[in-house]
Design a protein around this ligand. Structure first.
Ligand code: 13P
Ligand code: SF4
Length: 333
């Protein structure tokens, strides 16, 4: 069901998607790493936390989720009565892949006095085995609410976990997963770029390894990076996250220059998320037309995963709405 089964040649896809969205009473939610054409027609573009909240609060009948599978699954967990479609069901995530539920369960069982604080980039089954879910924008706020002596295991992203441990002084046991996209930034190439643009701030996602974060002026979620880029007085900035976010920056601040941080050979596409790239305009059109492929979850798994997600939403303490297309927010978190 992932590939269009009729020729779509000649169709005005943007107009057809818009027609189907109205006919289906659908909302199109998109992550900042999506193809710019998808970002431009989405009802809402946001980071993982804002997208979760939007999914939980929408009154649409259908959520067309343009992001990766764990994000669409989160939408279904929070909005079980909605039809949730993901344009390409193969849109996974290397962090999710690094953390099979059976191994995570064994890890938890080996540390019974620890709670599991888990990054949202994981399967529903791992969410069900976790105590509290966090996103990159909510992790510090949530961590601050846990007693200092609380023992914590953090998975699956060892870079985000390591960053949080260094910043807060908390001792956390880290699951050894990484994001293949953020791992690919090269410190050598970044230093060359900084030398070419003295004074240009470096904005980095906490999924980057420590040797990249050490050079960052801002470490934050995709939305925090976007907010900083737009509110900073600097005219040139270096962006160390998936480069499709630069689309929103250039739209909102066309007079500024945003340079994507380089990968190992200084000129590769290795910082493009291959999973996010699976969603295309054609597949979004087909998903809205056929209401397939759909996210479906067994009810017991959904309820078990919802507990840890609900804790995140309670503890994160931020209202949705910021990040609506056309209404960029200029303050940090
Ligand atoms: P954000 O929550 O910052 O949007 O991150 C999601 C993600 O997958 C980054 O790689
Ligand atoms: Fe997963 Fe990395 Fe892609 Fe984000 S950028 S969805 S963490 S593989």
């Amino acid at each position: 069901m992932n590939a269009p089964n009729v020729s779509l040649r000649g169709l005005d896809l943007a107009a057809e998607i818009d027609r189907l969205r109205r006919e289906r009473n659908a909302v199109i939610l998109a992550h900042y790493y999506q193809d710019p054409r998808i970002q431009d027609l989405a009802d809402f573009v946001g980071d993982s936390l804002d997208l979760s909240r939007k999914a939980a609060s929408t009154d649409a009948d259908v959520i067309a989720f343009c992001g990766v599978r764990f994000m669409a699954e989160t939408a279904k967990i929070l909005s079980p009565d909605k039809i949730v479609v993901l344009p390409d069901m193969a849109a996974g995530c290397s962090l999710e892949d690094s953390c099979p539920p059976d191994r995570f369960k064994a890890f938890r069982e080996a540390h019974p006095d620890h709670i599991a604080l888990t990054y949202i980039n994981c399967s529903a089954a791992v969410k069900a085995l976790s105590d509290i879910i966090v996103t990159s924008s909510s992790a510090e706020t949530i961590l601050a609410q846990l007693p200092r002596d609380q023992k914590i295991i953090f998975g699956p992203d060892k870079n985000l976990g390591g960053y949080l441990a260094r910043k807060t002084g908390r001792d956390m046991l880290l699951w050894p997963g990484v994001c293949i996209v953020h791992e690919a930034f090269s410190e050598t190439e970044l230093l060359k770029l900084k030398a070419q643009h003295p004074g240009a701030p470096v904005l980095a996602h906490p999924e980057c390894p420590g040797h990249i974060l050490d050079h960052a002026d801002l470490v934050g979620s995709t939305r925090a990076i976007l907010d900083y880029a737009l509110s900073s007085p600097s005219d040139v900035m270096i962006v160390a996250t998936e480069p499709h976010i630069i689309h929103q920056m250039e739209k909102a601040a066309p007079h500024k220059i945003f340079i994507g941080a380089p990968g190992a050979d200084g000129n590769c596409n290795c910082n493009m998320c291959p999973y996010m790239a699976l969603n295309t305009m054609e597949k979004l059109y087909v998903a809205l037309r056929d209401l397939e492929p759909r996210i479906e979850l067994p009810e017991d798994l959904r309820l078990a995963a919802k507990t840890s997600l609900d804790r995140m939403l309670e503890m994160a303490g931020r209202t949705v709405g910021q990040g609506d297309v056309g209404r960029p927010v200029f303050s940090g978190d």
